[in-house]
Design a protein around this ligand. Sequence first.
Ligand SMILES: Cc1ncc(COP(=O)(O)O)c(C=O)c1O
Length: 363
Amino acid sequence: MIPMVDLKSQFYAIKKDVIRTVTEILESSHYILGEKVSELEKKVSVYIGTKHAIAVASGTDALHLAIDALDIGPGDEVLTTPFTFFATAEAILYTGATPVFVDIDPDTFNMDAGQIKSHITEKTKAILPVHLFGHPANMDEIMKIARKYKLKVIEDCAQSFGAEFNRKKTGSFGDAGCFSFYPSKNLGAYGDGGMITINKASSAEIIKQLRNHGSRGSYRHKRVGFNSRLDELQAGILLVKFKYIDEYNKKRRENASIYTELLSNFVQCPVEKQGSFHVYHQYTIRSKKRDIIQERLKEHGVSSVVYYPVPLHLQEALKFLGYQKGDFPEAEKAAKEVLSLPMYPELNSRDIKKIARIIKTTV
Ligand SMILES: Cc1ncc(COP(=O)(O)O)c(C=O)c1O
């Protein structure tokens, strides 16, 4: 059996360190927003290159609180991609704002920056690009448009920890970067977790209040907030894994290049656009024979997943937005052709060769 991710092998490799950290935290009897959370926030802000990083309870909350703190809400429109995980649009909707979709670039699966301008209206307040599968969105173009039209930019970095665009980390371009530490992410906790990277001190302060019931902990509440705190155990585990994040991403990139070498004549392999540093949260191929490839892989004990089978504008829950089939042809086509293959740092070349052989003999 070859799984999509193998968190058990990763755990065994760092077990001693994790157990030591967890024991230390349990003995400290300080479990929420303590030293480990502060240390993680400092390390992430230095690594990403922003003045502040604020830990929250999940990637979804990171998006929600960042959008809220940037004063985006009812009546505002936020431009985003229809080809992403549902949480991207959900977080916009939590604030009362409306997601407005922009079709994708069929090569990177990211929002097509060339189509953004035609969707800007008087109500547009922000652009929310997603660095999907670990490939950075075209931040040069997006930031140019944002400056010209005075729009905020919130980056969904849930899948892109460590990815770069022109040697700058994703999460450091816009007004806020939003990360997820969901266990299977490139930097994953052993539970839920998230982080917001941000430069503006006043917005960082608002987020710190929002994550803790609108207060800084003195039972004086400046605003109505949420309970969205990262716990010490997750922060401690993330600090252990953080030491290896560049190595993990390097191994993902090596595995991606083996896949591409073996598969590029048979299916459409992921690209790495000029100036981009892809961290392959997913290795996602495209093929008209996607369903049969998935079936054959399954027969041979190889996992694969369709991220994502239904674009957001066609999701039942978002019917009220009024979109129709055909509105975003590239996203709809991608949904029919994409297949994500097993990808994790510990994946070995023998397994990649096996997967490639199955695919080659199927197409
Ligand atoms: C693109 C994207 N945005 C947002 C999220 C939400 O993150 P979380 O699961 O930590 O809430 C995810 C995670 O699955 C994601 O992949």
